[in-house]
Ligand binder design. Structure first.
Ligand code: PLP
Length: 413
């Protein structure tokens, strides 16, 4: 069969068209590394994968059982868009138990992960020309969601010298008349850095006085290893009752990344706007997940404590092993489950020029998957997850150290 050829006008007419919005964001660099590591694993290569942003633990048994029971009890239909009352009550109860702060279940929306909760908020409050102040090194989704909402991210830096702490003044100095929101992630991905309560209070008071939203992403809030008071929900409620939004998630603390359950708690009009937006895209979170979420939040938190202690032990062990190579500079993260070492001492204009090159070469030659700092707006760094078994972590660090020794010998010139 002969296919008739098209003239230029006809070809242009058939070219698929995409929104300017969709062209503003690409697949995240975190995903690109993961894809290459997956390809190598499928080819039978033994890759030590320290790239993942999720717990290596299984979801605790009592949570899984609640999900199974939901299926068996035919709890498998639509639920209220913003979540079942028991789950919204359990979320608020946990904030009450952990932080002695009273949140109203009516001002709570359950979403498909903290990611969707943050996305709803971005869509609800941002318009073209608006600016959002946030911090880097940081989780790229925050700035990409701002771009998807047609607004502009304004990024301030945090630094390894003080554990990547987020400072109030740095954030507030970036505020302009166009600032609509300030988004703070504490503990932060990828740095594990925190914002102090006093800094958040300063930010929240000043922001509220200018009618700027303050969104705190607390998805790693139960994974803090230092003995510090981190009662950000209370601070936000006191300092910015009409402008504060708390975003949380079951993913990291309860090893439930695949269940997709997070939430936002905030002023009623904002939650109503999030509810409308969510009702036109995903509707409610899976009914089964919601029942499992109730079990997670209302059940014993012994499993969370055990996982946290194991992460702490791994963090300390990996830091000690990495200490064998003084040119890898790594601060001790206060929370989350990542190390974020500075590897710029190994970069040179002639061989491995960037941390992205370093990560690519480490995967190709050392068979260790890590995420380059470029993915977090922090060239020169690497993110290494310690959500992996101690044996795999030891193996990964040994391979990394062997790789840098080969680099030093000029093996890759
Ligand atoms: N916030 C931060 C800083 C994250 O790193 C992640 C996931 O990696 C999330 C929020 C969202 O997680 P989820 O959508 O699984 O709740």
């Amino acid at each position: 069969m002969t296919v008739p050829s098209l003239n230029a006008g006809e070809t242009a007419a058939l070219t698929p068209r995409f929104s300017t919005r969709s062209r503003r964001v690409g697949a995240s660099a975190t995903q690109r590394v993961a894809q290459e590591a997956d390809r190598m694993k499928r080819a039978g290569i033994d890759v030590v994968d320290l790239g993942a942003g999720e717990p290596d633990f299984p979801t605790p048994a009592h949570i899984k059982q609640a999900g199974v029971a939901a299926i068996e009890q035919n709890f498998t239909k639509y639920t209220p868009n913003a979540g079942i009352p028991e789950l919204k009550a359990a979320i608020c109860q946990r904030y009450s138990d952990a932080y002695d702060v009273r949140f109203d279940p009516a001002n709570t929306i359950v979403s498909a992960g903290g990611k969707q909760a943050l996305y709803n908020v971005a869509m609800a409050v941002l318009s073209p020309g608006d600016e959002v102040v946030t911090h880097a090194p940081g989780w790229p989704t925050i700035t990409d969601q701002v771009l998807l909402a047609d607004a502009t991210p304004v990024v301030v830096r945090t630094h390894p010298e003080d554990g990547f702490r987020v400072h109030a003044r740095t954030l507030l100095d970036a505020v302009t008349p166009r600032t609509t929101a300030i988004v703070i992630n504490s503990p932060g991905n990828p740095t594990g850095g925190l914002i102090d309560e006093t800094d958040l209070e300063i930010v929240a008071r000043e922001a509220a006085a200018k009618s700027i939203w303050v969104v705190i992403d607390l998805c790693y809030e139960q994974l803090i290893y230092d003995d510090v008071s981190h009662n950000l929900p209370r601070v936000l409620q006191d300092a910015a009752p009409n402008h504060g939004v708390v975003v949380g998630s079951l993913s990291k603390s309860y090893a439930m990344t695949g269940w997709r359950c997070g939430w936002a708690v905030g002023p009623a009009p904002l939650i109503a706007a999030c509810n409308s937006i969510q009702s036109h895209c995903t509707s409610n979170v899976s009914s089964i997940t919601q029942r499992a979420g109730v079990a997670a939040l209302n059940g014993s938190h012994g499993c969370v404590r055990e996982m946290r202690e194991e992460y702490r032990g791994r963090r300390d062990a990996v830091l000690e092993w990495l200490g064998a190579e003084p040119r890898v500079q790594c601060t001790c993260p206060a929370g989350a489950f990542y190390l974020f070492p500075d590897i710029s001492a190994f970069l040179s204009p002639d061989t491995i020029r960037t941390s992205a090159d370093f990560a690519t070469a480490l995967l190709a030659h050392g068979h260790v998957a890590v995420t380059p700092g470029e993915a977090f707006d922090a060239p020169g760094f690497l993110r290494m997850s310690y959500a992996a078994s101690r044996d795999r972590l030891r193996e990964g660090i040994d391979r990394l150290l062997a790789f840098v020794r080969r680099l030093e010998r000029g093996d890759f010139d």
